[in-house]
Design a protein around this ligand. Structure first.
Ligand code: 5AD
Length: 349
């Protein structure tokens, strides 16, 4: 086919490729090609965002989940999972602490927990927005009806994260139980965008049964959907799930995908995820150097952090906690970047 470097140049200039071209690029990647890609992805990221790294304060407010996704440690069938809920006061305390530390985005993330009715969520969102009108509130609480999403938006929520997990319906069915379907996931994402949220989607790298074609489909979906944010990380097996003995994804392929995403969506807000930091000691820094521009330290209380184990060995100390913010700042400075405290909205798209 083509020279892979020429494809990277074209992606850099035109921000799109065909599915076959993505397959070719991913299949023919080498350490040298990755470096070539990262030089471009870094440059494009710096053109729009300079050396700034945005921080988001992650509040994992419930570990209960009614779903049974085969990869996730919080799946309802996992009887060994520690379950907890934070109440509105707990959540506001996390925000208070985060605000003092400089956080201007709070991400309320949780399993799909029916205890948290739309009323409870809207009330909490409204309370945070009233106390901190200069902050963005991001929700990451799964699949809901359009009406529910509209209610969250009307209460003041600014952003919504819902990873699509994989843009290949057949692959989606292998990762999820029969009562979940790809079409509803995608319906949710389009509803969220239509309502006016800044929307994040994303996928796991190296999840069981994933092929290079699946990853190319993910890139094609991103090109079409044009999300404001994209969260990707390596799949990491969790020992109490059906995928407990599967292989995990690699940092190497995750970084390559981060580079491709930056070139396809120059303005995108792209986190260097906890999962990447979990499988490699300098994963977070390498993610930034591959084109990522967001980190999401955890603001949840210590006990909650210990229980929110979607995969094994999830980082829950050091730079992951707010206490470790200073050390995270140092890490970013060591590679020539700086943590900034503005809301960091994605203005394009
Ligand atoms: N490994 C890596 N990522 C996972 N997620 C869930 N389980 C795992 C796992 N075992 C990701 C999913 C989900 C997000 C909250 O965490 O992509 O959307």
């Amino acid at each position: 086919m083509n020279d892979p470097k020429e494809l990277i140049e074209r992606l850099n200039d035109e921000h799109s490729l065909s599915k076959e071209e993505y397959i070719f690029l991913i299949q023919n990647r080498t350490p040298e090609l990755s470096d070539y890609l990262f030089e471009r992805s870094r440059k494009l990221r710096e053109l729009y965002y300079g050396k700034n790294v945005f921080i988001r304060g992650l509040i994992e407010f419930t570990s209960y989940c009614k779903n049974d996704c085969l990869y996730c440690g919080l799946r309802r069938s996992n009887k060994n999972a520690g379950r907890y809920r934070l109440n509105e006061n707990d959540i506001l305390s996390c925000c208070d602490m985060g605000y003092k530390l400089g956080f201007r985005t709070f991400v309320l993330q949780g399993g799909e927990d029916p205890y948290f009715t739309d009323d409870k969520i809207t009330k909490t969102v409204y309370a945070i927005k009233s106390r901190y009108p200069d902050c963005a509130v991001t929700l990451s609480i799964g699949e809901k009806s359009r009406e529910s999403y509209q209610a969250f938006f009307d209460a003041g929520a600014d952003r919504y994260l819902l990873r699509h997990e994989t843009a290949s319906p057949v692959h989606y069915a292998k990762l999820h139980p029969a009562d979940m379907d790809y079409e509803n996931r995608i319906r949710c994402l389009y509803d969220l965008k239509d309502i006016g949220f800044q929307v994040g989607c994303g996928f796991m790298v190296g999840s069981p049964y994933q092929t290079v074609e699946n990853l190319a489909n993910d890139m094609m979906f991103l090109q079409k959907f044009r999300p404001h944010m994209v969260g990707i990380g390596p799949f990491i097996p969790q020992h109490d799930t059906p995928f407990g003995n599967e292989n995990g994804g690699t940092a190497e392929l995750t970084l390559f995908m981060l580079g491709l995403i930056r070139l396809a969506l120059p303005f995108v807000l792209l986190p260097s995820t906890t999962a990447l930091g979990t499988i490699h000691p300098t994963g977070r820094e390498q993610g930034i150097l591959a084109g990522a521009n967001v980190v999401m330290p955890n603001l949840s209380p210590e006990e909650a952090r210990r229980k929110y184990m979607i995969y094994d060995n999830k980082l829950n100390t050091g730079a992951e906690s707010a206490n470790g913010l200073a050390s995270l700042c140092k890490k970013m400075e060591s590679i020539g970047y700086r943590i900034v405290t503005d809301r960091g909205d994605c203005k394009k798209y």
